[in-house]
Design a protein around this ligand. Structure first.
Ligand code: PTJ
Length: 252
């Protein structure tokens, strides 16, 4: 039991969720490593949603609402950390939900779909035979996708992703929204919109941004036209640099 008064309560709780998911067999063991890498970047960012992330969240909301066929891709870590927020977002947009795994097994797919259904998802794509379309030029198991989902989507939200698939989806002409705490990752650089934030903070804010923008749809095109992903990534790196310089100066 982690006491709620612990200064790193939230982070430790999230770590436990990932460990529990691995024990239950739906989080890949590599997901433990991914979580550790994320924690490290979260430390550097300051464990708070920063203005560059909020800017990307607004743009992501605009892209999702402007989409003809938006899909949210879910892997093991996302299912462990934020299944309820994924379903809330899917309902708010509305968007389809698809399970898409790097370390694919039928058992993991089914367990993840079951978790999403338990959190209110009506339909979960990408499980078993449903993943019968292929993303060209992609060689991992992620290449198999639902023909009704990611394959035909125009906008795909990929929280915690690998760079190869982001690049392959971009080559197919899709808008890719990534949530990745590492602003240097290939995913972060290849995505159309990168939210450099913890998925557990970003998703509730994204739901809120979608709800607000739905009431003011006239702003959608303007937000998208003004958005510059490279500038957002540069802001994230400069934020880390300035923050570290400040902390170092305080130590001297
Ligand atoms: O469930 P599967 O089989 O699809 O596998 C999922 C993982 C995450 C294991 C797989 O996609 C993978 O190996 O990912 P990577 O290459 O380790 O990349 C994960 C990225 O997510 C890294 O850049 C981390 O910094 C970032 N990350 C980790 N936890 C979070 C995060 N970003 C946002 N929020 C987090 N909580």
């Amino acid at each position: 039991m982690i006491p709620p008064t612990h200064p790193r309560y939230r982070s430790l709780l999230e770590r436990e969720k990932i460990v529990e998911g691995a024990r239950e067999g739906y989080v890949a063991l590599q997901g433990l490593i991914a979580q550790g890498r994320g924690e490290c970047f979260d430390y550097l960012i300051g464990e708070e949603t920063q203005p560059f992330a909020q800017k990307a969240i607004e743009a992501a909301a605009a892209a999702l609402l402007a989409a003809r066929h938006p899909v949210i891709s879910v892997n093991g870590n996302v299912a462990a950390l934020a299944p309820g927020d994924v379903v809330r977002l899917a309902k708010a947009v509305p968007a389809l939900i698809e399970v898409n795994l790097f370390y694919r097994t039928r058992e993991r797919e089914e367990k993840i779909a079951e978790i999403l259904r338990r959190h209110g998802a009506e339909e979960v794509l990408g499980v078993g035979e449903d993943a019968s379309c292929t993303i060209p030029e992609l060689f991992s198991e992620r290449r198999r996708v639902s023909c009704r989902g990611i394959y035909t989507a125009d906008v795909v939200l990929v929280p915690l992703e690998d760079g190869d698939r982001t690049e392959a989806l971009r080559k197919m002409g899709k808008t890719v929204i990534a949530i990745d705490l590492n602003p240097l990752s290939r995913t972060a650089r290849a995505a159309t919109i990168t939210i450099v934030d913890n998925l557990t903070r970003a998703l509730p804010r994204l739901v809120e941004a979608v709800e607000n923008l739905k009431k003011d749809r006239n702003r959608i095109q303007d937000i998208l036209a003004k958005y510059n992903n490279n500038a957002v990534l540069a802001e994230a790196l400069l934020h880390i640099k300035t923050r570290l310089e400040k902390i170092a100066a305080e130590m001297l």
